[in-house]
Design a protein around this ligand. Structure first.
Ligand code: PHE
Length: 333
């Protein structure tokens, strides 16, 4: 079980425990509640055991809070025990029942919506393209050469008996889909957030399915200055005050290409530069794939992975938790 011990988590535990105590209508039911929260492997006990792993400054306050919660639940149990009959008695069906649990949004949905809202506020349209994609759109139209390693069956999921289809490996396909399949004429600017797939071994930081956000802007005389200003404005909205830097890089669909790193520093840990996104000016061959003339139209494009950013944001240690359907994990958000 993975718990992130926070004041909110403790409050939620206490609330759940007091409802359970109130609802326990017999002594055995009450004992089950005690074991569930205060038993050797109970929820409060387990929460207390994670304390030594926390940074010192969090430990003090949380430790005190956890012990107070524990004492209050013990007091509730004693009080309830006194009020329950020692022999079996018919259950009082008129007693109030606890509130049913309510669902809520997945952490990746919450994070995606935040990213999307920023692009929307910059006037970008939002597009959602297919996850089952033509290899032509995923690779050829984006100027990925025929012998590029990404096309290997080791890296990409192809569809059996349909070599012309793949599970898209990036949402950069929006560069082709928006003008071609959707028929949008320039100037335009659009972002897409969606699932992408890579055929690779999974571990704490890699999944074969994850989320990306890509965007593309096409207009007359678009320059690197427009791109860099846009990316900086975006980063300032997503993470105000965090420094970022830009490095030259290579992607087949842009020329020149860059990457943006963000300086990430958490209390009591050394800071580090994190690769956040790839970007660049749309390659003339890709402008042609859009059905446009490169001497008339230029553009910039960018793409970023959302899972790792969301992991940093919420302090999640393992990317696989996002897709595990583990309720104890999900209920923390
Ligand atoms: N598609 C690239 C990736 O998956 C990111 C990127 C998008 C780079 C657009 C440049 C332009 O890493």
């Amino acid at each position: 079980m993975i718990i992130r011990l926070t004041p909110a988590y403790l409050r939620a535990l206490e609330q759940a425990a007091s409802i359970a105590v109130r609802q326990a209508a017999t002594l055995p039911a009450l004992e089950a509640v005690r074991v569930e929260y205060l038993g050797r492997r109970g929820k409060i006990t387990t929460a207390l055991q994670t304390l030594p792993h926390l940074p010192l400054e969090e430990r003090r306050g949380l430790g005190r809070q956890a012990n107070e919660v524990k004492r209050r639940i013990e007091a509730l149990l004693i009080e309830r025990r006194r009020s329950l009959p020692t022999s079996d008695r018919p259950i009082d069906r008129s007693l109030p029942v606890g509130r049913p649990e309510r669902g809520h949004l997945h952490p990746l949905t919450l994070f995606s919506r935040r990213v999307m809202e920023i692009w929307r506020s910059f006037g970008y349209d939002v597009y959602e393209g297919p996850e089952l994609e033509e290899a032509k759109t995923n690779f050829d139209d984006l100027n990925v050469p025929p012998d590029h390693p990404a096309r290997d069956v080791q890296d990409t999921f192809f569809i059996q008996d349909h070599p012309e289809l793949v599970l898209r490996t990036h949402t950069s396909t929006v560069q082709i889909r928006w003008p071609k399949s959707y028929g949008v004429k320039p100037p335009f600017k659009v972002v897409e957030i969606g699932k992408v797939y890579r055929h690779e071994a999974t571990d704490a930081t890699h999944e074969s399915m994850f989320f990306q956000c890509d965007g593309v802007l096409v207009d007359r005389q678009v320059t690197m200055a427009h791109l860099v200003t846009t990316l900086k404005a975006f980063m300032d909205r997503l993470y105000p005050g965090k420094p970022s830097r830009i490095r030259p890089s290579f992607f087949p669909f842009v020329e020149p290409g860059i990457e943006l790193d963000l300086w990430w520093k958490q209390p009591s840990k050394p800071g580090q530069w994190l690769e956040i996104l790839g970007a660049g000016l749309v390659h003339p061959n890709v402008v042609r794939s859009m059905g446009l003339k490169p001497n008339q139209w230029q553009g910039f494009a960018f793409g970023m992975g959302l899972d790792r950013l969301a992991m940093l944001e919420y302090g999640i240690p393992d990317i696989r938790l996002f897709y595990s359907g583990n309720l104890e994990f999900l209920q923390q958000f």
